[in-house]
Design a protein around this ligand. Structure first.
Ligand SMILES: Cc1cc2nc3c(=O)[nH]c(=O)nc-3n(C[C@H](O)[C@H](O)[C@H](O)COP(=O)(O)OP(=O)(O)OC[C@H]3O[C@@H](n4cnc5c(N)ncnc54)[C@H](O)[C@@H]3O)c2cc1C
Ligand SMILES: *[C@@H]1O[C@H](CO)[C@@H](O)[C@H](O)[C@H]1NC(C)=O
Ligand SMILES: *[C@@H]1O[C@H](CO)[C@@H](O)[C@H](O)[C@H]1NC(C)=O
Ligand SMILES: *[C@@H]1O[C@H](CO)[C@@H](O)[C@H](O)[C@H]1NC(C)=O
Ligand SMILES: *[C@@H]1O[C@H](CO)[C@@H](O)[C@H](O)[C@H]1NC(C)=O
Ligand SMILES: *[C@@H]1O[C@H](CO)[C@@H](O)[C@H](O)[C@H]1NC(C)=O
Ligand SMILES: *[C@@H]1O[C@H](CO)[C@@H](O)[C@H](O)[C@H]1NC(C)=O
Ligand SMILES: *[C@@H]1O[C@H](CO)[C@@H](O)[C@H](O)[C@H]1NC(C)=O
Length: 588
């Protein structure tokens, strides 16, 4: 039902398109040539010998992909292999090396058909796990995979880390291009984009293979005394969905979103060609890749991001404020929100984990004296201390570099690997924080949201990210295609709810509906804002507008031009409204 409404609003948007964009649409190749894709069960599915030919072309790098827990289930049960599975099942570092595994296991199933856990006699279905994966290590491997899927008319998906929160890196009856092992890292102090006009000044950059993860990029950057703008998480991919969907960073208030720092992409498009996209060539494609979402416009094989001068230092205020009474809870949360604009102006960024009885406060201030940093948050802690039932633990600590601070702040444990979960989120505009009344409304809305979701989120956990504002507010839709709401936002707030493997489909449906409807409270509080596509609800109403805003019509026009047959489709990805729910047939 969401789709019908979306299609209608889309038709309206196209009617209003400015001329230049309308041109782009009418020039686009014939989208009516789209066909239903071939499924494993059909005679048109590629023959064994076709797969063999592909495997030879890519140097034996084709994998017949199985679900992660395959070897723990009859008739494939294998004691030694199953022990390995059990060791790794809930570990992000193991999951990312499994071509068939997603970080969140709920995306590996179709309905209730999956391959879960370690009960030997429970059935093991392929579910949404791809049938084959190309373990790509070169652009040619990627090109071979793309051409094969296009020629064979089968579903193609792109996987990097498999961290995607709305399951976009997997798909039933598909071939997966798996870029995890494209690990090249290089630097250039004087990079000039290909095709740039003579005299274009060089810029310091990091050059990243598609599979590089942030922990490795940060380490390499630190060794050269520079910083790069990436996720505050060791295992997130640098060049896949994270950055193509926007990419927020602890350093975003200082240097913008990840997309604001991209200078060039090398990308394999649906026609199998390897293209260089930057501000001088393939400009539309470049713009679309800077915020239009992963898995949509092609497979990025190399990304080039600006580097910046190393920090002088960075102070980390790491506290937990415990409280018990409803007065303290409301008052402290209210003060917490009321300080955000001031903290943002001072240069702080960071994360709050709001719970029923505590706020975990993890805020960071680059390039500052520790005493000044301490003084600028003292007023908040002094207020909290006025409540008798409040206990504060923690400290403020100074680090000599971003990397040392990052390594001390992050862990690869308990990343939710192997769990089932959904997210709901909202970008909260600065204006909501500007008046005492606005702050009160936000506080009350969050408390109400906690209340309504208590049945799936008993601890009342909400993550509040102060990672917008500052340089993020300076970016524009001329250069990037992220939802413009990012530019007016101060905080990105999200909630997550999980369930066990034995939860019925009906109960899962109740959880999903509750998240979507409850987040309506925050949507209502921030009309015209949006949500961050990478940390979002798959059932977000009017997702095109929420995730891409006024950039959607241009993104859709570019999508139809670079991928007329719809080779790249994924959930809530640009153009996916043209396809049936399983992405296998065009909607007519
Ligand atoms: C523990 C954790 C912490 C996180 N922290 C942050 C954070 O600090 N900041 C933030 O902004 N986000 C964060 N995220 C969210 C993150 O941005 C998303 O999970 C994102 O989808 C990860 O991208 P990926 O490429 O690593 O994952 P994948 O699941 O492999 O891919 C995500 C999407 O991109 C596509 N894709 C992957 N590789 C390519 C490629 N080479 N070319 C084209 N498309 C590709 C996939 O098809 C899929 O659609 C976090 C996520 C997790 C799980
Ligand atoms: C588009 O393709 C269809 C099917 O091949 C064909 O019938 C139609 O005439 C084409 N339209 C244009 C404008 O080329
Ligand atoms: C294991 O799976 C079988 C078959 O689905 C089921 O009958 C049995 O109850 C399960 N055992 C446990 C311990 O969950
Ligand atoms: C994928 O390729 C990498 C690099 O060659 C290799 O280390 C890894 O074992 C391969 N993974 C699988 C599952 O084949
Ligand atoms: C740019 O420089 C190259 C090599 O120095 C030269 O051949 C070319 O003519 C120049 N182009 C323009 C537009 O000035
Ligand atoms: C920060 O300020 C508090 C008082 O508000 C003080 O107790 C604490 O020692 C200070 N910490 C540092 C690291 O200066
Ligand atoms: C809150 O209440 C619990 C249970 O009575 C108690 O153990 C805890 O110390 C209290 N916390 C604070 C901060 O007063
Ligand atoms: C934002 O842009 C303005 C105007 O160009 C500039 O003065 C300011 O420093 C920028 N802010 C950040 C945080 O980059």
């Amino acid at each position: 039902m969401i789709y019908t409404a979306a299609l209608r609003s889309l038709a309206l948007l196209f009617a209003l398109l400015p001329l230049s964009l309308a041109d782009e649409v009418s020039n686009s190749p014939n989208v009516s040539q789209r066909r239903c894709r071939c499924l494993l069960s059909q005679p048109c599915w590629p023959s064994e010998s076709s797969w063999q030919t592909l495997n030879q072309a890519i140097g034996g790098r084709l994998i017949a992909t199985k679900p992660a827990a395959y070897n723990c289930h009859d008739p494939h049960y294998d004691d030694a292999a199953c022990q390995e599975v059990q060791k790794g099942y809930f570990d992000v570092l193991w999951r990312e090396t499994q071509p068939g595994a997603m970080l969140r296991a709920n995306w590996e199933v179709v309905g209730d058909q999956g391959c879960r856990g370690f009960n030997k006699t429970a059935p093991c279905f392929q579910g949404a796990v791809p049938l084959y994966s190309v373990n790509a290590t070169s652009a040619e491997d990627v090109q071979n995979a793309v051409r094969f899927a296009s020629k064979s008319n089968i579903r193609l998906v792109v996987k990097n880390t498999g961290h995607d929160f709305i399951g976009r890196s997997t798909g039933a009856s598909s071939l997966s291009v798996w870029v995890h092992y494209m690990k090249g890292i290089a630097f250039d102090k004087d990079f000039v984009p290909k095709g740039a006009t003579n005299g274009t000044k060089g810029t310091g950059v990091i050059i990243l293979g598609a599979g590089v993860q942030w922990v490795d990029a940060y380490k390499a950057a630190d060794e050269r005394s520079v910083i790069v703008i990436g996720g505050f998480e060791q295992t997130v991919g640098t060049s896949g969905g994270y950055c193509q969907g926007g990419g927020h960073s602890l350093l975003s208030p200082m240097h913008g979103l990840c997309v604001d720092n991209v200078l060039q992409y090398k990308v394999v498009t649906a026609d199998g060609k390897l293209k260089v996209a930057n501000a001088y060539q393939n400009k539309d494609l470049f713009w679309a890749l800077r915020g239009g979402g992963g898995g949509t416009f092609g497979v990025v094989v190399e990304a080039i991001y600006k580097t910046h001068s190393a920090l002088d230092n960075i102070n980390f205020a790491n506290f937990i404020i415990h409280y018990n009474t409803t007065e303290a809870r409301r008052s402290i949360l209210n003060r917490f929100f009321s300080h955000q604009i001031k903290w943002s102006k001072t240069g702080w960024s960071g994360y709050g984990i709001v719970q029923n009885n505590a706020i975990i406060f993890q805020y960071y201030l680059p390039n500052s004296d520790i005493n000044a940093a301490n003084a600028s948050i003292a007023v908040f802690f002094d207020h909290a201390k006025t409540f008798e039932d409040v206990k504060i633990e923690g400290q403020i600590k100074s680090y000599p570099s971003f990397y040392t601070c990052f390594m001390d702040s992050t862990t690869t444990e308990n990343r939710g690997a192997g769990m089932n979960a959904l997210i709901g989120s909202r970008l909260i505009p600065s204006r909501n924080f500007e008046t005492p009344n606005g702050v009160s409304q936000l506080t009350d809305t969050l408390l109400e949201t906690q209340e309504r979701l208590r049945f799936v989120n008993p601890q009342g956990i909400f993550v509040t990210n102060l990672i917008a504002g500052g340089a993020v507010a300076n970016g524009t839709s001329v250069e990037t295609s992220v939802v413009p709401a990012w530019r007016k936002a101060l905080m990105h707030i999200w909630v997550t709810a999980g369930w066990g493997d034995d939860t019925t489909l009906a109960e899962q449906d109740t959880i999903a509906r509750s998240i979507t409807s409850t987040m309506g409270l925050l949507r209502k509080l921030s009309p015209g804002s949006g949500a961050y596509v990478n940390e979002a609800d798959p059932n977000e109403p009017n997702w095109q507008t929420s995730f891409f805003g006024s950039n959607y019509p241009r993104l859709k026009a570019i999508k139809d031009k670079v991928d007329p047959e719809g080779l790249f489709t994924c959930r809530n990805c640009v153009g996916s409204e043209d396809w049936t729910k399983d992405f296998n047939c065009p909607r007519r």
